[in-house]
Design a protein around this ligand. Structure first.
Ligand code: ADP
Ligand code: ZN
Length: 720
């Protein structure tokens, strides 16, 4: 008998099972766990059984026709599990697509066949222009070699067309699978060229780059330029970006630039089957370009030649449940593992990455002006609203500008990162506000739905007629949400076409396409939107951006709040003036003297980062010190706090020297979905020591079973 360690979807370490031959590492098997057949992955073979061999169960089934999960992928999983102090088996099951978690054999994709038009085919009349997709497919076949998966992305009925062309004998099959890449429509400017050349002089080694480029400076064109070289060498590229930026526009841009490149798209919304297939295509090297959101960082890739992380500062790379990982950080680890370059790009880099560039661990590359020669960075002005009477959140100055811009035919954006009608319902008599019964959060008024809603746990109730405390029927909506802003503007500018863009108004993919069409046809005068609208979108006509109530977060005790606000305001300002029309940005604030606004007005990230890093250094905060949180939640706060403090006291005598652990405190959002939440911060200037302390925590936590408590460890925690 040969004994194997099998990684299973459980908190237990890989368990021992027997088989009469040694099974290849990374193969999928079926075994019994607590009487139920389960899928597992072979993690080790030829192991010494540490229990009575008569108790070791046999492996039930082997999926031996399937390709195995490669070694460097297993190393990535091992590292992730170790670094984030999360069980290996559950890490494996987070990283696998559903297709591979099911106890059924998978159809391993065959090596793709590549088609192109032969001489006879090329002599034919192309399909007419009104058959746009057919024409696009034909053009792609005319200029290159494409496999079925890629053809299907161009035209869903590609199979029928290929069969038709085959019958007509218009096709030949290509042998070379190195894609041909047409040149870009743009000629890179001098700055872009220099940046691209620098990256390309490090193509076969581990080299992290931080590409700091202002909004619209042409970062994407630089990525594409480097990608073109790597893809032309037959190597694969991993391109990670925030969920919100993975838009049909971006995918269209990729398809246009790399029409022949077999592409895999991986994000949480991709249909299960498609995601599984794309995962395998990347693993087997069939898909050359792998695009996706944070979870795509776990895709096995046969011959990785380059990683790009666009908007590297974005919080959505950080997963804040179950396996709490940071995709950007894991991407850097992967680049080192396979010795390839990685480009982290942003207009407002994370202070972690910026610091690494300052100390020379990353190479800093800069794009300092807008790529499009006529587009200039907008002017940013502050509107001091301290002693001003606002009209439903608007200063007179801002209202006038919106009116003027509408009269002049301009497109304006009103930005407010708060959806709903009003953030609170208030009783003028007793001062009561309506809170969520499950969370420490106020209920948001949704006027049209006639509801109060919690934006954290989705609790909903009809709008009450009277105060629950004193019975007063005169309740007021305080503060502004996007719906209220919409109503105010519609009253003020009845002739303007106003469109609101937030999570309540955008549901389907086609909503975006529709919005783009409307804007393109100049049928929109004013956009009202949340973050959803602020990130990445390119609306060429937009020439006025107004930010209402920018300062909320500056009162927060989260030390990352200024960093996030700076990024948010640069993002939204960056929407203005992307084409010929000069842009203007107005920010309403109660704190015009706050130092963050000096840097914002100067649009000077370096200045901001220097200020902010000096403060972080003074307090030993990340990136100068390393931090992890151990969190616990229970029905009662005192249970969660006592639980954490008890364990802290057990660990205290064993704690490595240069590690400190605080007392347990309630989280900023102390109550969420009926659970009360506490945390302890573990800090050190030394990463290794911090991890030793966390391993201790892990051990002691595992021994302290308490049914009332749920706990987790969050390394490099982002939430306070
Ligand atoms: P970023 O990713 O930095 O926001 P993009 O790559 O999206 O910038 O470029 C911004 C705009 O400028 C796009 O419309 C793009 O087509 C255009 N652009 C980029 N590079 C060039 C160039 N070298 N010449 C002309 N236009 C360019
Ligand atoms: Zn709630």
């Amino acid at each position: 008998m040969i004994y194997h360690h099998i990684a299973l979807n459980t908190i237990l370490p890989p368990l021992t099972y027997a088989h009469d031959t040694a099974l290849p590492l990374g193969s999928r098997v079926l075994v019994n766990l607590r009487g139920k057949p389960q899928i597992g992955v072979v993690w080790a073979n030829h192991v010494q059984p540490e229990i009575d061999v008569n108790k070791i169960l046999p492996i039930l089934k082997i999926f031996d026709h399937e390709p195995t999960l490669p070694e460097n992928w297993r190393e990535l999983i091992d590292f992730t599990a170790r670094y984030y102090h999360y069980p290996i088996g559950q890490t494996v099951f987070t990283a696998l697509p559903s297709l591979l978690k099911e106890p059924r054999p998978i159809e391993s994709p065959e090596s793709p066949v590549f088609y192109t038009l032969n001489d006879l085919g090329k002599q034919q009349t192309p399909p007419p222009k009104n058959h746009a997709k057919k024409l696009q497919l034909w053009q792609a076949l005319f200029s290159g070699c494409l496999d079925m998966a890629t053809l299907k992305k161009i035209h869903p009925k590609a199979i029928d067309l290929i069969n038709e062309y085959k019958k007509l004998d218009w096709l030949s099959i290509c042998t070379a699978t190195t894609p041909s890449i047409p040149p870009s429509q743009h000629i890179l400017n001098a700055e872009q060229t220099e940046v691209s050349n620098t990256i390309q002089s490090h193509l076969h080694e581990y080299q992290p780059f931080l590409l700091h480029g202002i909004t619209g400076s042409g970062k994407t064109e630089v990525y594409f330029d480097v990608m073109a070289t790597v893809l032309a060498q037959g190597k694969q590229v991993l391109f990670l970006l925030p969920e919100i930026n993975l838009t049909p526009q971006l995918l269209a841009r990729v398809a246009q630039r790399f029409p022949d490149v077999p592409t895999a798209v991986l994000h949480s919304q991709t249909a299960t089957g498609a995601r599984g297939r794309d995962y395998l295509r990347a693993m087997l090297g069939h898909a050359k370009l792998v695009i996706g959101t944070r979870l795509a960082v776990f895709t096995p890739i046969l011959d990785l030649g380059l990683i790009v992380v666009d908007e590297e500062h974005d919080n959505s790379f950080n997963q804040d449940n179950e396996l709490r990982y940071h995709a950007r950080d894991l991407a850097v680890w992967r680049a080192r593992q396979v010795a390839c370059p990685i480009v982290l790009g942003s207009a407002t880099p994370s202070l972690e990455s910026w610091h690494k560039a300052q100390i020379g661990a990353y190479q800093l590359l800069t794009l300092s002006h807008r790529a499009n020669a006529i587009a200039k960075l907008p002017e940013i002005e502050l509107v001091d609203v301290r002693r001003m009477r606002l009209d439903n959140g608007f200063s007179p100055q801002v209202l006038n500008l919106l009116k003027q811009n509408h009269q002049n035919g301009g497109l304006s954006l009103v930005y407010l990162n708060r959806r709903g009608f009003a953030p609170a319902l208030f009783c003028g008599d007793c001062g009561h506000t309506f809170g969520c019964p499950n969370c420490s959060a106020k209920l948001v008024l949704h006027q049209r739905a006639r509801q109060l809603r919690c934006h954290h746990c989705d609790f909903r109730q009809p709008i009450p007629h009277a105060c629950e405390e004193c019975g007063n029927q005169d309740l007021t909506a305080v503060g502004q949400g996007t719906q209220r802003i919409e109503e105010t503007l519609k009253n003020f500018l009845p002739l303007a076409k106003i469109v609101r863009v937030d999570r309540d108004s955008m549901h389907k993919k086609t909503d975006w396409a529709h919005l783009y069409d409307q804007i393109h046809a100049q049928q929109v005068d004013i956009l009202i939107g949340t973050q959803m609208l602020a990130k990445g979108h390119d609306f060429p006509n937009l020439n006025l951006v107004v930010v209402l109530n920018a300062d909320g977060s500056l009162f927060s005790s989260d030390f990352r709040a200024p960093e996030r606000l700076f990024a948010e305001l640069m993002q939204v300002s960056g929407r203005a003036g992307r084409a010929e029309k000069a842009g203007r940005v107005l920010i309403q604030t109660q704190l015009p003297e706050h130092e963050i606004f000096h840097a914002i007005r100067a649009q000077n990230f370096a200045q901001f980062a220097t200020q902010e890093l000096a403060q972080r250094e003074m307090f030993g905060l990340p990136p100068f010190g390393f931090q992890a949180a151990v969190r616990a939640d229970a029905l009662k706060m005192s249970d969660a706090v006592d639980f954490l403090n008890e364990i802290r006291d057990v660990i205290a005598p064993m704690l490595p020297e240069n590690v400190s652990q605080m007392g347990a405190v309630p989280m900023l959002m102390a109550r969420l979905a009926e659970r009360e939440r506490a945390q302890i911060f573990i800090e050190s200037m030394n990463r290794v020591a911090l991890h030793r302390a966390l391993s201790l925590w892990e051990q002691v936590l595992a021994q302290h079973r308490d049914n009332r408590i749920r706990w987790h460890i969050d390394v490099d925690c982002q939430e306070m």
